[in-house]
Design a protein around this ligand. Structure first.
Ligand code: ATP
Ligand code: MG
Length: 267
């Protein structure tokens, strides 16, 4: 049996003691998450029981081979898809089974999402795409100035009036990132945010993400194949065939648990 299949006893739900620090309550908590897709008589078990807690402000890289379930997991964390079994708790709110209108409110307040396929609105310019989350949440004050600043930070000032079809894949990816930063979400979920960028633009986006994580204490959960990006994360969770096969945060907790156990032969 996979050791990560059940939530380990050494990882209490809300507080994990690490040396002298108490990590704050988990902003994302995932328990026994499964996702099975059934097409007629055929079922595919995409996620087979995922458990982890992410403390607020942590930078997590989700890694694993193509088809291991990373995008499916990210979609569940954002409430864009529903799990077959298990729960997703965001900032203390259980989003499992919530109606779409309630989910949309939580998403608008708490989550910035960057899709693997960007999903820009084709009929809106780069600037209008970046402004969209502010319009949807009714934040108009200073919105244009922030959107222009974000476009500058991703190096696209000169492309602000262009439509997605007039932008390269990497440029669309950078617009999608600027859009995700627009309403300063406490949680940013991004699927391969540097996947289509050359190394100079990739490093620039990495700096932007790290800056967001440090300055605005944004919790980052990034799906990535980029070793450089993963190296900068606080924690790497690796999926294989729908299961977590390694999680260096759990490994740390496990080591602490072991070192805290009194040795049985010592009296
Ligand atoms: N709607 C669906 N119907 C059937 N199978 C699906 C569906 N969506 C995803 N899958 C399958 O689930 C598995 C996991 O898909 P997912 O997109 O989560 O992988 P991934 O780890 O993000 O891969 P990549 O690195 O290529 O983006 C794949 O084998 C995929 O074919
Ligand atoms: Mg994917």
């Amino acid at each position: 049996m996979n050791p990560f299949h059940k939530k380990p006893q050494f990882a209490p739900r809300c507080h994990i003691k690490r040396k002298e620090n108490i990590i704050p309550q988990a902003i994302i908590s995932v328990s026994d998450l499964t996702r099975t897709i059934t097409n007629g008589a055929h079922s595919v078990e995409i996620l087979k029981g995922i458990n982890f807690d992410v403390p607020a402000g942590q930078f997590v890289a989700i890694m694993g081979a193509s088809g291991s379930g990373k995008s499916t997991l990210l979609g569940l964390l954002a409430g864009l898809d529903s799990p077959t079994t298990g729960r997703v708790i965001l900032d203390g709110e259980d989003i499992t089974g919530l109606a779409e209108d309630k989910l949309a409110v939580i998403r608008g307040r708490k989550i910035g999402f960057v899709f693997q396929s960007y999903q820009l609105i084709p009929t809106l310019t780069a600037l209008e795409n970046v402004l969209l989350p502010a319009e949807l949440t009714g934040l108009s004050q200073g919105a244009t100035a922030r959107a222009l600043e974000l476009l500058e930070r991703v190096g696209l000032t000169s492309r602000q009036g262009h439509y997605p079809v007039q932008l390269s894949g990497g440029e669309q990816q950078r617009v999608a990132l600027a859009r995700a930063f627009m309403v300063q979400p406490p949680i940013l979920l991004a699927d391969e945010p540097t996947g289509n960028l050359d190394s100079a633009n990739g490093s620039h986006i990495l700096e932007l993400l790290i800056d967001l994580n440090r300055r605005e204490r944004t919790t980052l959960v990034l799906v990535t194949h980029d070793a450089e990006l993963a190296r900068h994360a606080d924690r790497r969770i690796v999926l294989k065939d729908g299961l977590v096969i390694s999680d260096d945060d759990l490994a740390l907790a496990e080591r602490m648990e072991t070192s805290a156990q009194p040795a049985s032969h010592v009296r």
